[in-house]
Design a protein around this ligand. Sequence first.
Ligand code: ATP
Ligand code: MG
Length: 382
Amino acid sequence: MQKLILIKYGELTTKKGNRNQFINKLNENIKNLIDAKIVKKRDRMYIIANDIDFVSKQLQKIFGIHGIVIANKVNTNIDDIKDGVLEVLKNEKFKTFKVETKRANKNFSIKSMDFNNLIGSLVLQNFDCKVDVHNPEITVHIEIREDTYIYLNELKGSGGYPVGIQGKGILMLSGGIDSPVAGYLALKRGIDIDCLYFDSPPHTSLEAKNKVIKLVSILNTYSGNIRLLIVPFTKLQEQIYKKVPSEYNITILRRMMYRIATNISKKYKVVINGESIGQVASQTLTSINVINSVTNFPIIRPVACLDKLEIIDISKKIGTYEISILPFEDCCTIFVPKHPVINPKLEKCLEYENFNYQELIDECINNIEVITNFNNNYSDLL
Ligand code: ATP
Ligand code: MG
């Protein structure tokens, strides 16, 4: 009897036309993260690995997987299946059970219901237990295919689509709580990302930058292929504080960020950020409107309609929270005006942007620093 992992696909089972593309992408993503042999089939993937428990935990972080099962493979004949079931149950403690047979291989002559009864009787003869079809402590799953797979529990996968299936987006990543969660949710829908961080030394510290590097390395464990782009933002930011009345500082600052994010590369299909409606003055709907009007490039805000507590819950679950709450300031939290405008006017923005910002934007874009290779976890950084 061979132990292996059986993967059930996520939402991609509904996307008939793109099935091969989905399966190939998922296969590629698993290969990049996991050292194992992968056999891909139309409706399942089989993974043969040395450390099955460890690998099945890794698989739980890969998007496009609905369920993960540690299965025992036997030959498709009655005696081998019977032996297999007894072997699988031998160390289990249970008082109630049921059998669920799925007969994908119609050459196997016994119908599923009859086979449930046959195996059910075998279990009753060998263990002190009862059948309970409604609420059993244990369900014995038997999938009869070319080979037969016997398993008890199914681990939940992360769902979503394989990362990269939608192409690449650029995530505006600050060191806060919201933007890493936005990045995670984008990855979940199959968008591979690069991250864009606006760095304003010496007003922002090296620790703040290291925080972002660490956050990217965590996001990268969710089967992405992420790079970090660091924009030297100091000069432009200083000009804004010099030239723009303080209540409009943040509005104009964010318009500049949007201009840079939407202009850096043709290969990105979307900009993603961590804005949440109403959270701060620059995230009222009026502010978002005025800020967004610098571009018609698509911008998505995965956490726009979540409460802060809901965002925090996700950030704890995905492992970014502890890093995000470290107290190093990012460029949006330095020089915050006492009374940032809540209902900014577009005409005012245009009036205040009467300085040579395009030159400074070009300088930002031309001097972006790129960090690749996030395979290690940067645990020594913070
Ligand atoms: P977060 O918790 O994600 O930092 P926030 O609540 O602090 O968000 P803001 O500082 O207003 O909110 O920023 C809103 C969004 O703008 C962030 O979620 C992020 O997508 C983007 N952003 C802010 N600062 C930066 C930065 N220095 N570099 C890149 N993106 C940024
Ligand atoms: Mg922030």
